[in-house]
Every structure is written in structure tokens, then in C-alpha cells.
Ligand binder design. Structure first.
Ligand SMILES: Nc1ncnc2c1ncn2[C@@H]1O[C@H](COP(=O)(O)OP(=O)(O)OP(=O)(O)O)[C@@H](O)[C@H]1O
Ligand SMILES: [Zn+2]
Length: 923
């Protein structure tokens, strides 16, 4: 037996080395002629690579370790083995410190290993001791544990580790051993450079594990991802004839853990969730049941798995993307530790990618704001994440990507990944995914800007580090809507106040999208002054337009129209150079669609679901592809028809529109508008709708002349001169792009004078209705807006009113509502209370109302499936219309009451039986 093996046995009690790498590394260190770099996974036994040589060499090994806690562990462990190891640190009692220093100063110190933090190494108090050891040639090795801390690319970067380069220079002739777990190539290079390792011998555990089969499935392309996952898990576990095996599904949120576990169990594989939201007892039970093979699948956030070493993990699924390729390798590496074939799969979704990308950037920005500066290291999480995304979106061997990422040679995959097994399938999947999304590159949506791609001013300060672990725990705990609203209001208010004080708000603070923001490129600030809220509002208009186009029978508001609207909005966003051009393009889309939409050929106020279906079918036949893009203007579509078609946007429901609606439906349902008139009216509505949301400076020439309102149109890119709330962009007539020039002129005309020529029915509106509406607007709706009003606006509100019509038009125009939900509610309240009082809602209208009321619940995961959501919406719509003649307001109230009652009794809708009782009890 060699001296090394004997020492291994005597001092550490091990019969053999754990791996060839470990033995080779120990021997290389012992030889002492070269620096050594040890790259092995956690738990592989790296420490032994310097501890054993330290015992065999003469002199002292100085071990740098980043944390006192880690040091204490190591020292305790070595002391228990009777190895003379000590540490000098700030927590050490002074008597002990004196004792250690005395030993180190002695002629032949007893100590073999001295553990120390990088801060202590650099501290003046330690310098005499260090110099003395150096001068007397008593330093055997310099060991740098957790060497990745030296790299700015590493997630644990410690500035004091950089000083180790200087130390290294002072310790000429003392071999250095750097140790870290598997690290990306660029981190390895950084370590070598920073620690001034001289052509080190590298001992690295190869990352390639041929028993692991990697693949990526695009989740959005699947008809039912849960069924897909179930089939995969079943196969990986060996079907029914399986010997005991188990699997892990990693999710980012608590909700998805619950959801996936529930689905798998329902489909036939017992699965338990594991996340920080569970009671400690339940969490432990999930883990112990899984460890004991009582439950085959654990569905967990990434907090699960630390220290879990289970050999028979047959699959590791990532339902959500990992934050970096390094993390993914580590997490997926929990599969197949027994060496048997196992599978690692990612259910990839670009939406998921965008969300995580946003979170990562937000976290970095938080950190930057906290520290007040950007640093090189800020780039690391982005690059790591981009590597993860590239892994999913690539056409190439997955194993090769991982190996090369960690600086290993390209391995012989031999069909252990989807690409090597069948590249055609991977390519086909990518092509389908590309067709589904207009997006092409991984980092496109949040293209880096500024030195590190971030504007540190963008986000609020954070509480701790990058804290990625928080993603898995807090992602699902979003503030509720009212909180968000309050925040938006609060921010606007503050901004207003600072403007009033004349403070210099040089740069608009970008309000980042909420976590559940559906916009693509949501955090992009490419278009100056275009806010997320504005975009979201436009999205909702497009979505609504699409929904109405398709019809309530499909109840498509909830899913595919959303996706479609998201695509259209994004397309407009990408193609627009300025906020005004963006808005004009949205307007154009809405306008086109509206003019062509509605219930063609029908002038009846009442339409059966059957008629509706027929109409929408006709429409579908006529307009293949993008329903918004393909227009067919129909001159004969009457106002009443349009109103009835359910194209009710917030502005559609405005008093002006309500009035028009009433009169048209009461007095002249068959009255035809000329094509131009119709365009004018529609443009007016659309413009008002968008403008109201954008909180525009609506230019009314009367106002302009009297100087009581905004006197100058805002110019593109100019600073805010307006005292109006600044969440907003401004549509002004002068700055409207040429392609909507006619429209904007007409808008002016309508706003200036909603005369009979443009809106022929208005004159027929009874005055009392008008006044009532106006009072409603003031009485019910001013309150929420109060904070946002500028002094000027308030002043205007107090000035004597012009004639009623104009006064009301101006009220609408000046109204600044930042929250589309609030706005919508307000307008609907007006609408319901006054103008449509006698008009019974159709099934389709009821469906619109129901879907809108129900949508927030769906988004909060209150429905087990989308189908359940649709089904429930359908059920409620029928319930609310069958044998009843209620108006919109009543239907809405009733819908809200039913939904509220429903969810007060159940946590989550799991099946159709959940609402069976509704008819009996609640109606
Ligand atoms: N040759 C060996 N035979 C058996 N056990 C070993 C051997 N070498 C090390 N070990 C044990 O393996 C465990 C992990 O070792 P160690 O803590 O050195 O891992 P590591 O690679 O440094 O991990 P980390 O990255 O967490 O620091 C320890 O309990 C250690 O005692
Ligand atoms: Zn491969």
C-alpha cells in the first residue's frame, strides 16, 4: 500500500479514493510542481484533494474559504479526525487566537491546516504572521476553496477574493490548489486568471452522463400539456410493471406545483407538491413519502433537492425553465444517480422564458439600485439565463451544449438527446413554435440597453441579493388587483405632486409590467413615452374587438383571442417608431375591424344564439387569417347594429356613445350612415376610447382658445410640460401621423361639436337623459380620479359649464382614468343605469359580461382547467339570460354576485358539479 493510501486510511478512514479524479488530484498536489485546479460536483470529495497532501507535506497549508460557518464545519470535522486544523477569524476568543499565533510563530508549528477568510488574509493584523510564515518557508500550499467566489461571473462573487491574486504573487513558490464545483467555462477562465494559476493541472469530473436522456418539449404546442407530462412520467417510471422508481417535477411557483401534482394524481400517478407555502408538516410528509417510495412523483420548487440524494430518480422534469444552464445541469443531474437510464425534460414555453427573463432583470436592477451602481457581475445572471434559453431553442446536441458550457469536450451523445435521436423532430418543433410566435431570438424581447442592458432607475429597490430562490416562492403571490391599482395611483400621485412643485423630473420613470402582464416585450422601453399601462389598454381593446368578432358562442375571450390580440399588439409595437404611431396603428386596426364587424345583414335588436352563430360563421368564412387585419367595410351596417354587436369598449359605453346608442336604437335602427359618416363616428369613438385611456391632452379648440386647457400639442420626445398625469402619452391632433390624419381631423370635429352632421342621432337625445348621465359621471366617477387631476384640470372642472352637450363631451375628454378596469366599470355603470335600461341583454352580451367578470378568477388559477372556465362562463351566461329581461347593469351585478358567492364557497373550481347547485340556490 502506498503512503498516500495509508494516509487516506489512517487519517480519514477511507479505504480508497472516491474517484480516479480525486486520486489523481491528490497525487498532483502532493507532487507540488504545478498549480492544481479541481472542478468536481458538490459532495465529490474535493476537500480531500488538499487535506490529504497537507498532512503529508511539511509546513502549513493555508486554506481560504468564504464563510466562517463553512470554516467551522471543516475545522470541527478535521479536529474530530485528530487532524491539527485551526482557524483564525473574528469570532475566535482572544485566548485561542493567541494560542494559534504562538504556535505559528514557533520554530516548527504543530498546525497543518490554517483556515482563514479572504478578508482576514487581507487584514493588517494578520500580515506579520503571514510574512513570517512566508519568510521562513513554512507555507506548504495555498488552497482556495469555493474558488468561483473570485469570479465576477460567479453568483457568489466576493470582492475580497480578488485580493487573493496579490497574495498569490507574494507566495512565490507555494503551489496553489483552487477548488470549485462544476463551473461554466468563463468562470473557470476567470478563476485561473484572477488567482494567477500557472498552467494548472485541471482535474474535472466530466459533466457528460450518458445514462441521462435530455429533451425539450415546447409546452405551448401541446393540446394538453398535463396529459403529455403524465404519459412521459408513466413511461419513465416504467409503466405498470415498474420496479420502484420516482421522479421530480420542478415548477417555479407554488400554484403550478399544486396544479401539476393535482393533475398527475387525477390522471393516475400519485404526486405530491413541495413548496414553501405548505405547512412544515405537509412539506416534510411530501418529502419523506417520496423518499420512501410511497409517492412516486414530487412536484417541487427548486428549494427541493438540496441534500436529497436519491439514487432511483428516473426522471427530472422542468415544468418551468431553470434560471441558468448551470442550475439546470445541477437540478436535472438529480436523475439517474444509480447509473440507470433516466430522463431529463424541459417543458419549454416562450412565455415562461419572458417572465423569468423579466424577473431576472428586475432583480438585477433592484440590486443595482440598492448599491447605486452597475457592476460587471450584473451581466452574469443574464448570460447564464441566455445559455439556458439557447439550450432549449437550439438545433443541436443537448449534451454537447452542456459539456461545452462547462468547458468539456463534446461528448459522444449516441442518441441520448432528442436532437441526436431525431433532428427532424426537433427542427419541426422549432418551426411550429416559430410559426406560433413572431419572436425569433432568445434575448429579443428584452434587448439589453445601457452598459449592462439595464436602466438602474427602472425598478424599485430590492431587499437582498439576486435572491433567485425567491422566484420560486413569491412568483405566485402577486399583489391583488386592488393593491396594484393602489400602487399605480400612488405612483402617479407622487409624480403629480413633484410636477406641481416644479421639481425637475428629467426622466420619466418607467413603470415595469406586473408579473402577470400579458404583453410581449412588456418591459421594453423602445418606444419613448409608451407606457405598459397604455399598451395593456390597447391590448384589451384589440382583444375585445376580436372577441366580439368571433362571438360569444365560442367564449374565446379567455384564451385564443388573448393570444391573438397579444400577437397583434406586439406586431404593432414592433412596427411603431413612436407612441403616436403606435396608437394610430392600434386605432387603425380597431377601426377596420369595427367597421367591418357586427351582425351583418341584421338590423334586429334581438338575435338568437343560433343567428349569432350563423353570422359569426359567415364572418369566419369571409375573413380567413387575422380577423383584425382583414377588413371588409360594410356601409349598410347601422349604428344600432354596431352597438348591439357588443363592441363595447370603455369608451363605447361613454355617455356620448350611450346617448347615441339609445337614440339610434329607439328612433332609427334602420337609418343608414354614409361610409364617411360611419368612419367619422367610429374614429371618434375609438379615438376617444384610446385618448381617454392615454390621459391625453385632448385638443378642444374652445379650450385652446380660452387658454383654460392645454395650449400646445406635445411634441414627440419633448419633456413633460404638461401638468397632466404622466403615466400617459398624448395623442394630439397635430402630432397624429399622416395615415390617420383624416381621422384625427374628424375627431377634432366631433369633439368640438358633436353635431348632427357627424352624429346625426345626438340631437334626438332627450336632454334629461343627457343630464342624468352627466350627473352620474360626476357623482359616481369623479372620486377615483380625484388624485390624478392636475390643478388645471380641477380648475376647469370648477369653471362654469358650457352648454350641456359640450360640457359633457369635455368631461369625457378631460377625464383621466388610468385603470382600464376602473374606467370600464364607471362607464358601464353609466351605461347600465341610464341608456340601456330598457334593452335586454343578449346571450352574447351576457357572455361578454360574464367572461369579463370571471377572467380575473381564471387568471388567479381558480379554475382547474380552461375548459371548466369556459363551461362555467357558458353556464352563467345562459343562467343570466334565460327567461329574463335584464339590462347590462343588472346582468353584471347578478354575474358578480353569483361569481362572488360561488368562490366564497369553494377555493377552486375543479369540476362541473361545483356549480350545479347555483341554479337552485342562487337564482
Ligand atoms: N475517498 C472517499 N471515500 C469516501 N468518502 C469520501 C472520500 N472522500 C471524501 N469523502 C466524503 O465525501 C463527503 C463530501 O466531501 P467534501 O465535503 O470534500 O465534498 P466537496 O466536493 O468539497 O463538496 P462541496 O462542493 O460541498 O464542498 C464528505 O463526507 C467526505 O468525508
Ligand atoms: Zn445529443
Amino acid at each position: 500500500m502506498s503512503a498516500v493510501h495509508r494516509a487516506l486510511q489512517t487519517h480519514f478512514g477511507f479505504d480508497k479514493f472516491r474517484s480516479q479524479q480525486q486520486e489523481d488530484a491528490v497525487k498532483a498536489v502532493l507532487k507540488g510542481d504545478r498549480d492544481v485546479f479541481v472542478l468536481m460536483p458538490t459532495g465529490a470529495g474535493k476537500s480531500l484533494c488538499y487535506q490529504l497532501p497537507a498532512l503529508l507535506a511539511s509546513g502549513i497549508t493555508l486554506v481560504i474559504s468564504p464563510l466562517i460557518a463553512l470554516i467551522q464545519d471543516q475545522v470541527e470535522h478535521l479536529k474530530a479526525l485528530n487532524v491539527p486544523a485551526r482557524s483564525i477569524n473574528s469570532k475566535l476568543p482572544s485566548a485561542e487566537r493567541r494560542e494559534i499565533l504562538a504556535d505559528l510563530e514557533s520554530e516548527s508549528p504543530r498546525l497543518k491546516l490554517l483556515y482563514i477568510t479572504p478578508e482576514m488574509v487581507a487584514s493588517p493584523s494578520f500580515q506579520p504572521c503571514l510574512n513570517s510564515l512566508c519568510a521562513r518557508g513554512l507555507l506548504a500550499y495555498l488552497a482556495v476553496d469555493e474558488a468561483h467566489c473570485v469570479s465576477q461571473w460567479g453568483h457568489d462573487f466576493r470582492p475580497d477574493y480578488l485580493k487573493l491574486g496579490d497574495l498569490r504573487s507574494r507566495l512565490q513558490g507555494v503551489p496553489c490548489v483552487a477548488l470549485t464545483a462544476t463551473a461554466p467555462k468563463r468562470v473557470q477562465e476567470d478563476i485561473e486568471r484572477s488567482l494567477k494559476l500557472r498552467s494548472p493541472l485541471v482535474f474535472a469530473t466530466p459533466v457528460f452522463r450518458k445514462n441521462l436522456k435530455y429533451d425539450v418539449i415546447f409546452r405551448d404546442l401541446l393540446p394538453d400539456p398535463y396529459v403529455h407530462l403524465f404519459a412521459f412520467a408513466k413511461e419513465a417510471l416504467g409503466g405498470n410493471t415498474a420496479e420502484k422508481g420516482c421522479g421530480i417535477v420542478y415548477c417555479r411557483t407554488r400554484e403550478s406545483c399544486e396544479e401539476v401534482a393535482h393533475k398527475l394524481t387525477k390522471l393516475g400517478i400519485l404526486a405530491k407538491p413541495y413548496h414553501a407555502g405548505l405547512k412544515a408538516g405537509d412539506r416534510t410528509e411530501s418529502q419523506t413519502d417520496w423518499m420512501a417510495d410511497k409517492v412516486p412523483v414530487i412536484v417541487a420548487t427548486i428549494s427541493f433537492g438540496m441534500g436529497v440524494d436519491k439514487a432511483n430518480v428516473r426522471f427530472v422534469v422542468h415544468w418551468n425553465l431553470a434560471k441558468s444552464l448551470a442550475s439546470y445541469y445541477q437540478e436535472s443531474g438529480r436523475a439517474g444517480r444509480d447509473g440507470l437510464p433516466s430522463s431529463c425534460r424541459i417543458y419549454y414555453s416562450p412565455k415562461d422564458r419572458d417572465q423569468l427573463n423579466f424577473l431576472i432583470r428586475k432583480e438585477i436592477a433592484r440590486k443595482q439600485e440598492k448599491r447605486g451602481s452597475e457592476k460587471e457581475q450584473d451581466k452574469a445572471p443574464i448570460l447564464d439565463f441566455e445559455a439556458m434559453v439557447a439550450f432549449c431553442e437550439q438545433e443541436g446536441c443537448r449534451h454537447a451544449t452542456i459539456s461545452q458550457f462547462f468547458g468539456n469536450q463534446k461528448p459522444n451523445c449516441a442518441g441520448a438527446c432528442d436532437f441526436c435521436r431525431d433532428p427532424k423532430i426537433v427542427r419541426a418543433q422549432l418551426a411550429r413554435a416559430a410559426a406560433l410566435s413572431t419572436r425569433t431570438g432568445p434575448a429579443q424581447s428584452t434587448a439589453p440597453r445601457g452598459p449592462f442592458g439595464f436602466d438602474p432607475e427602472l425598478y424599485a429597490g430590492g431587499k437582498k441579493g439576486y435572491g433567485f430562490e425567491r422566484y420560486d416562492e413569491e412568483w405566485g403571490n402577486e399583489e391583488d388587483d386592488s393593491e396594484k391599482r393602489k400602487k399605480v395611483f400612488g405612483d402617479l400621485f407622487k409624480k403629480q405632486m413633484s410636477l406641481r412643485k416644479g421639481s425637475d423630473v428629467a426622466k420619466e420613470k418607467f413603470v415595469p409590467p406586473d408579473a402577470d402582464c400579458m404583453l410581449k416585450d412588456a418591459s421594453s422601453q423602445r418606444i419613448p413615452k409608451l407606457t405598459v399601462k397604455s399598451r395593456e389598454h390597447c391590448l384589451s381593446l384589440l382583444q375585445e374587438c376580436l372577441t366580439n368578432h368571433r362571438g360569444a358562442a365560442e367564449l374565446s375571450y379567455s384564451s385564443d383571442t388573448i393570444d391573438q390580440a397579444v400577437e397583434i399588439e406586439h406586431e404593432i409595437f414592433r412596427a411603431s417608431k413612436s407612441a403616436n404611431l403606435y396608437k394610430a396603428a392600434v386605432l387603425k386596426r380597431l377601426k377596420r375591424k369595427r367597421i367591418g364587424a357586427g351582425f351583418r345583414g341584421s338590423s334586429s335588436l334581438f338575435q338568437t344564439a343560433g343567428d349569432f352563430l350563423k353570422n359569426s360563421q359567415k364572418e369566419t368564412d369571409k375573413t380567413p387569417g387575422d380577423p383584425i387585419c382583414e377588413e371588409k367595410e360594410e356601409v349598410e351596417t347601422g349604428k344600432a347594429q354596431k352597438m348591439k354587436s357588443g363592441l363595447a369598449t370603455p369608451a363605447d359605453s361613454s355617455p356620448i356613445k350611450a346617448k347615441t346608442s339609445t337614440t339610434s336604437s329607439l328612433s332609427s335602427p334602420s337609418k343608414k350612415l354614409t361610409k364617411k359618416q360611419q368612419k367619422l363616428a367610429e374614429a371618434a369613438k375609438d379615438m376617444r376610447c384610446i385618448s381617454q385611456y392615454f390621459g391625453k391632452k385632448q385638443v378642444d379648440t374652445t379650450q385652446t382658445k380660452t387658454g383654460s386647457a392645454i395650449s400646445e400639442p406635445e411634441e414627440e420626445g419633448s419633456e413633460n410640460r404638461s401638468p397632466l398625469p404622466n403615466d400617459t402619452d398624448f395623442i394630439t391632433i397635430n402630432s397624429m401621423p399622416t395615415d390617420v390624419e383624416n381621422t384625427s381631423e374628424n375627431v377634432t370635429a366631433v369633439h368640438m361639436s358633436p353635431s348632427a352632421e357627424e352624429m346625426p342621432n345626438q340631437d334626438e337625445t332627450p336632454m334629461d337623459t343627457e343630464i342624468t348621465s352627466n350627473q352620474d359621471v360626476q357623482g359616481e366617477n369623479h372620486e377615483p380620479d380625484a388624485q390624478q387631476k392636475s390643478p388645471k384640470q380641477s380648475h376647469e372642472d370648477r369653471t362654469p359649464s358650457p352648454p350641456v352637450k359640450r360640457s359633457r363631451a369635455l368631461k369625457d375628454i378631460k377625464r383621466v382614468t388610468f385603470d382600464p378596469v376602473v374606467q370600464e366599470t364607471q362607464f358601464e355603470a353609466v351605461n347600465g343605469d341610464t341608456t340601456e335600461i330598457k334593452k335586454p341583454v343578449t346571450l352574447k352580451e351576457a357572455a361578454d359580461i360574464v367572461v369579463r367578470c370571471l377572467d380575473p378568477f381564471y387568471k388567479k388559477g381558480k379554475f382547474a382547467t380552461k375548459d371548466l372556465f369556459k363551461s362555467f362562463a357558458r353556464f352563467l351566461s345562459h343562467l343570466l339570460t334565460e327567461g329574463k329581461t335584464a339590462n347590462r347593469g343588472q346582468v353584471k351585478m347578478e354575474a358578480k354576485r353569483l361569481i362572488k358567492g360561488f368562490f366564497s364557497r369553494i377555493q377552486r373550481c375543479e369540476s362541473e358539479t361545483d356549480w350545479k347547485h347555483l341554479k337552485v340556490e342562487d337564482r
